[in-house]
Design a protein around this ligand. Structure first.
Ligand SMILES: Cc1cc2nc3c(=O)[nH]c(=O)nc-3n(C[C@H](O)[C@H](O)[C@H](O)COP(=O)(O)OP(=O)(O)OC[C@H]3O[C@@H](n4cnc5c(N)ncnc54)[C@H](O)[C@@H]3O)c2cc1C
Length: 265
């Protein structure tokens, strides 16, 4: 073989760094987690690491968040890396077992994938990284949407959420068409969008009146109230780990899975 265009070496070692942050050293992607390239989730998780870290670094460098926000990078992404390793180990076991018992297990799972939509949907969401919740819902009071990745919502004015996120800022949605207009929490990089959802939108979003979407597309908070006071209380139930006053709701929209506290710097 001469002049190969691509050489790659890989094995089935499975390891994860104990910590993704030590001071000014931050690990992301394969530097933080390595595994057999089964099923192809590795790159997705690495890109999500980088996205999670990117907006936090930018906020700290701009002075709109305290250094503590960077600790939430480990808090949010380490569990995702651990699940990635679990997932690829399970797939490796399924791929490499040729005993009759292993073949029976593969057959059974294959049947579930083909016939149980919820099962295949759950697997697809894990593989794509869309099931990730930042931070994981810890309390019964947390609204089901909080922490989840927002879908590409379509609004009555023809605009779409992913289009609004493109600039790299966070997006404050007023889905009542004005009732939540007095909602605090705006910063220069916040895109405020006031328009109801387009008809036939997503069921989980039908009752939502206002929401703050982080720059990485995760829901910082979502409310179902229309009264501005109740709305603000609902938002404040979800601590924000950024520099900012208690009244303005901070500026980075990054909730911290580790400290669960408001860091007003
Ligand atoms: C065969 C195979 C198939 C795969 N298939 C998929 C797939 O289908 N889907 C998927 O999501 N993932 C897949 N993956 C995993 C995916 O390729 C990795 O998760 C991803 O490339 C990791 O990106 P990274 O930037 O973290 O690291 P890398 O892609 O490894 O990038 C690190 C870079 O740093 C450079 N570097 C290293 N040391 C130094 C140094 N000292 N100074 C300067 N530069 C340095 C390296 O040369 C490299 O370019 C596959 C992996 C393999 C091996």
């Amino acid at each position: 073989m001469r002049e190969p265009r691509w050489l790659s070496r890989f094995g089935n070692a499975t390891r994860q760094a104990e910590t993704y942050r030590r001071g000014r050293v931050l690990l992301a992607g394969d530097a933080a987690h390595m595994h057999f390239p089964a099923g192809g989730p590795g790159l997705n998780v690495g890109v999500q690491d980088a996205t999670n870290l990117g907006w936090k670094l930018a906020a700290v460098l701009r002075g709109t968040a305290t250094d503590g926000l960077l600790d939430s990078y480990h808090g949010e992404r380490h569990p995702v890396g651990a699940e990635l390793l679990l997932n690829t180990r399970a797939q490796t076991a399924l791929m490499t077992t040729y005993a009759p018992e292993g073949q029976a297990l593969r057959g059974l799972l294959g049947e579930f994938i083909a016939t149980v939509p919820d099962f295949s949907q759950a697997l697809a969401e894990r593989m794509s990284g869309l099931s990730v919740v930042h931070p994981p819902a810890e309390s019964a009071s947390a609204r089901p949407l909080t922490g989840r990745r927002a879908p590409d919502l379509r609004f009555a004015d023809g605009r779409r959420l992913f289009e609004l996120l493109r600039g790299g800022g966070r997006v404050l949605l007023d889905l009542t068409g004005g009732a939540a207009a007095g909602l605090p929490g705006r910063t220069p990089d916040t895109v405020v969008h006031t328009a109801p959802l387009a008809p036939h939108g997503r069921d989980a979003w039908r009752r939502v009146t206002a929401a703050l979407i982080r720059t990485d597309g995760h829901v910082a908070w979502a409310a179902e109230e229309t009264d501005p006071e109740t709305l603000t209380r609902s938002r404040d139930a979800h601590p924000v780990h950024v520099r900012g006053s208690r009244r303005d709701g901070g500026s980075g929209g990054g909730r911290c899975a580790v400290t669960r506290g408001r860091d007003v710097g």
